[in-house]
Design a protein around this ligand. Structure first.
Ligand code: NAD
Length: 495
């Protein structure tokens, strides 16, 4: 249970300027440059973070390389590595409220969601992979008797992980957990819009006993630090969550440098399909509203396209608008708030621009569409519903990453499938029906990494989160995530 008084006390404390974590040391950028951290809650100046330059990023990669090559982590007995990662998870859990408040002041996610989805999920994720360390076996191949084929699981080397601003702790943990459990070293690059909680996560890792150089955290602009990491000849694996535009640059950088493996988790334009035979339409409307409007729509899997069967369109959209109107949008540190702040001014301006474009293309502004709480100096936006969106419209095709829902109708199952698959994205989707056979047909037919059935959102660490089409490749979460961080080495013996 969240305690508002404790949150208020934590959010009143000043945040000290933060340095980089390189080779076990917290230090300023060699250039002494810093970036200002602005609060999305009221636009005020929160603190500064070090702005790493090429030299700093190179030092971090060298430290990670050294730590990998001398085996201080990968050759540590699995039970010891597991103990350190479990202690790290315990420390995250013990400091969950402090971490959540720090993160919310930086990125604007409502505290009720941040506490659970950020800190709770980060601790659970690190723990899940820690526990797997001494349960993963190599293999013996079924060869002819005069041979022996052993397949070893080997860590790959230096992993660079580049993280977005919407759920920094959760997404970083999805990458750090399996990368470190497999024995790799990591250079973590947080978003310049949400670095504070990840710097603290790194410090807790040191406290838990991660050897120097095994986890490095370099903050700074993508165009500076990110580009150095993506072009580095000493990074073996690049794991990224963020926009498609940046993902493309990373693939190019890989091709221009050392062909490092690149795993991308990108954007989405996920369809939430509601059939007239849905058992409880009111509940579907409430869950669907949360599925697009929580965290101000800054959720990669947000159900940002509502595809609704024509016969229930009017009633369903009215119920959804009612659910949206009941959501409280405001200061994300208030425990009663359902949707916090938009992360930054540019994102808010972009959200509002999408509303304008949609109307100019003939769609109807049904609800919302405006900035909220302007007088606070922070960035807030009304949950926005736009109807009569055609499948080729900008709003049906491009990711907003804000609280803007595009509504389109369909006549039958075939048209629902056609519309659901009519974007370049393939991240997530939702499906509401009481027809069991239809649910199976639809989940197979929707070209996405995940389909939520009779719900929207949620899952746990035991299931993979992947994507198809231009939403990326590879999987975070579950034991499948190890595939990105483990090489299979064959030892072939003639007996
Ligand atoms: P972004 O691509 O702008 O930034 C992501 C990260 O990349 C940041 O750390 C940034 O500093 C870095 N970066 C920027 N330019 C770079 C460059 N040239 N080289 C290397 N790194 C660079 O994305 P964002 O605005 O932080 O996040 C929003 C996007 O992330 C949305 O598209 C959203 O859908 C996506 N996202 C996807 C998932 C998923 O799991 N698929 C999860 C969350 C967010």
């Amino acid at each position: 249970m969240l305690d508002q008084n404790k949150i208020n006390a934590l959010s009143d404390t000043a945040i000290a300027p933060r340095g980089l974590l390189i080779d076990g040391q917290i230090k300023p950028s060699q250039s002494e440059q810093t970036l200002d951290v602005l609060s999305p809650i009221d636009g005020s100046h929160l603190t500064t973070i070090a702005a790493a330059t090429k030299n700093d990023a190179d030092l971090a990669v060298t430290a990670a390389r050294q730590a990998f090559d001398d085996g201080r982590w990968r050759n540590m007995p699995p039970a010891e590595r597991k103990k350190i990662l479990l202690k790290w998870a315990d420390l995250i859990e013990a400091e969950a409220l402090e971490l959540a408040v720090l993160g919310v002041r930086d990125n604007g996610t409502e505290i009720s969601m941040a506490f659970k989805a950020e800190c709770g999920s980060a601790a659970a994720t690190i723990r899940y992979y820690a526990e797997a360390i001494d349960k993963l076996y190599g293999q013996i191949a079924p060869t002819a008797p005069e041979f022996l084929g052993l397949v070893h699981n080997e860590p790959i080397g230096v992993v660079a992980a580049i993280i977005p601003w919407n759920f920094p702790l959760m997404i970083a943990a999805w990458k750090l957990g399996p990368a470190l459990a497999a024995g790799n070293s990591v250079v973590l690059k947080p978003s310049e819009m949400a670095s504070l909680s990840l710097l603290r996560l790194g410090e807790l890792g040191l406290q838990a006993g991660l050897p120097d150089g095994v986890l490095n955290v370099v903050t700074g602009k993508g165009i500076d630090v990110g580009e150095v990491l993506s072009h580095s000849m000493d990074v073996d694996v690049m794991v990224f969550t963020g926009s498609g535009a940046t993902g493309r640059r990373l693939l190019e950088a890989s091709a221009r440098s050392n062909l490092k493996r690149c795993y991308l988790e990108l954007g989405g334009k996920s369809a939430n399909v509601v059939f007239a035979d849905t058992k409880n339409l009111e509940q579907a409307a409430t869950v669907s509203a949360a599925g697009i409007f929580r965290n101000s729509g800054q959720v990669c899997v947000a159900g940002s396209r509502l595809l609704v069967e024509q016969s229930i369109h009017d009633d369903f959209v009215a119920a959804l608008a009612q659910a949206a109107a009941a959501m409280k949008v405001g200061n994300p540190l208030d425990i009663t708030i359902n949707s916090g702040a938009v992360n930054n001014a540019a994102q808010l301006a972009q959200n509002l621009k999408f509303v304008e474009i949609a109307q100019s293309e003939g769609a109807t502004l049904y609800a919302g569409g405006k900035q909220l709480h302007k007088q606070t100096g922070g960035y807030y936006m009304e949950p926005t519903i736009i109807t009569n969106v055609k499948k080729q419209d900008t709003l049906a095709q491009q990711e907003v990453f804000g609280p803007v829902l595009a509504v389109t109708t369909f006549q039958d199952e075939a048209e629902a499938i056609e519309l659901a698959n009519s974007t370049d994205f393939g991240l997530a989707g939702g499906l509401w029906t009481s027809d069991f056979s239809r649910a199976h047909r639809m989940t197979r037919a929707m070209r996405t990494g995940v389909v939520h059935v009779n719900t929207y959102g949620g899952a746990d660490i035991s299931v993979p989160m992947g994507s198809v089409k231009q939403s990326g490749n590879g999987h975070d979460k579950s034991l499948h995530a190890f595939d990105k961080y483990i090489d299979l080495k064959t030892a072939w013996f003639k007996l």
